[in-house]
Write a protein that binds this ligand. Sequence first.
Ligand SMILES: CC(=O)SCCNC(=O)CCNC(=O)[C@H](O)C(C)(C)COP(=O)(O)OP(=O)(O)OC[C@H]1O[C@@H](n2cnc3c(N)ncnc32)[C@H](O)[C@@H]1OP(=O)(O)O
Ligand SMILES: CC(=O)C(=O)O
Length: 554
Amino acid sequence: MSSEPTGRHSAAAPAGFQVYDTTLRDGAQGEGMALTVADKLAIARHLDDLGVGFIEGGWPGALPKDTEFFRRARTELTLRNAVLVAFGATRKPESRVEADPQVLALLEAETPAVCLVAKSHVRHVSEALRTSLDENLAMIRDTVAFFRREGRRVFLDAEHFFDGYAADPQYAVECVRVAAESGAEVVVLCDTNGGMLPPRIADVVHEVAERTGVPLGIHCHDDTGCAVANTLAAVDAGVVQVQGVVNGYGERCGNANLITVVANLELKMGRRVLPPGRLAELGRVSHAIAEVANQPPRANQPYVGLSAFAHKAGLHASAIKVSPDLYQHIDPALVGNDMRMLVSEMAGRASVELKSRQLGFDLSGQRDAVSRIVERVKNLEARGFMFEAADASFELLLREELDGVPTRFFDLESWRVIVERRADGEVVSEATVKVVVKGERIVATAEGNGPVNALDRALRQALERLYPQLAELELVDYKVRILDGSHGTGAVTRVLIETSDGETEWTTIGVDGNVISASWQALDDAYMYGLLRQHAGSGDPAAQGVSTAGPRTR
Ligand SMILES: CC(=O)SCCNC(=O)CCNC(=O)[C@H](O)C(C)(C)COP(=O)(O)OP(=O)(O)OC[C@H]1O[C@@H](n2cnc3c(N)ncnc32)[C@H](O)[C@@H]1OP(=O)(O)O
Ligand SMILES: CC(=O)C(=O)O
């Protein structure tokens, strides 16, 4: 039986070093990952766009979804940079390779390359495969040779190689040799249980390379938290292929994070492993794949996380003001990230100045205002505020200190909320707000499915005639956290509200002993900031911070 690989995939071997992605196969083995065929196709496109050399798409024949992925890939996936690889196992013991259904399913995936997982640890051969050491070598030989005869490029993943090498180095090396002699292009040494540390990986890779002369690859799991370090140690020791998974997804603690590996190779080890210009796409691709995989992005992920270049400590900010590289190991733009200043209780004058600059305010020469802002932030944070999560509330505070009056498009006279349980069991909230808008006193009442929803509706109703553009604003997220709740009394509530005008989102904060009062503060800031954005550049005096300069609620 023969089945030619489709011509839609590039079959050219990349010269030199190989970046091999297994997000769609080993990454999919991570807890909580459940990729549809459409997800897999979308991720493959992102990976190709990034410029990896190989994309391991899954295990056809084992998972119907993966069989379907390879079927659809033939017509729906045009790869510009990567070679598509199908993964599978060596033939079953005591069987003919040509008659092994799993092997045939792998062939029928019609990919230019296959990757075969094989045992290389004597205990795994005898206890898991329950066969002889010689038969395992024959399984490797037969299966690799079969795919070579069929015109496929072959990689071999030597499972549990490092543990196997400790148990019986002779046999582990023999597996590598047999695979290469049978036609495997690269034999990938796998730290399947993820228990290794970098010096051991480096020693073993050195020894195996010297004993065999075979081109080697590396595949590490992160059970010691060293998967990336282990991968880089293997590169130093001479491997020609790195396998990894975007964002480090994968079985148990995950695989070597390919994003981190690639950034380190390019920026720290001087290896050009991506096509020119693609390194700056790392952040975008990492986030896009997290989105498709429905995994929350990890803020502290090296290089590409939201916090990777976020600076909170005042001392750091004061040095960064002189030169960002004093507290940054690279220019974040190299990997598509940005420097962010966080204003918090740890801020000093420099943090406030830099943050304000990012928001479009030049505070140089305004020493007193900066000092007042630092002091207010510290005092408010001591009460439970958290400005690093609420840029819009910080900007309102900043404007208030600079203008000498708060930004007010309306002034609050009072609000009131009633929660009523009706005879039929329905619970309804009703809110009344009394505000002064452009000199006019307005009283509005509205119902809602909860007290904050009712308050929001009543405020909207009160404002919408004089500010009709408020209809564009939408509250998209509402988060509540009880602070010091374990102490019972004395707890305060922190509320964060995220608002969108369809173009931008902003977050505002409120803190109070009463959850509705905290919510009102965040709501008040949310509308105030939204109106400010809408009036910016309009020439409307309201944009200047208008109104009657009534007191802010904090
Ligand atoms: C280290 C890795 O991550 S390798 C990738 C692992 N990924 C997966 O396992 C996900 C996909 N797996 C599956 O869908 C299933 O496990 C299948 C279809 C592969 C096999 O399913 P089943 O036939 O029901 O067998 P089961 O999963 O219980 O056991 C695996 C079989 O493969 C055999 N096997 C294990 N490794 C190899 C190998 N390298 N070469 C050949 N056979 C192997 C085992 O000895 C066992 O054989 P047995 O059924 O005769 O006992
Ligand atoms: C092959 C593989 O995924 C491993 O050994 O971890």
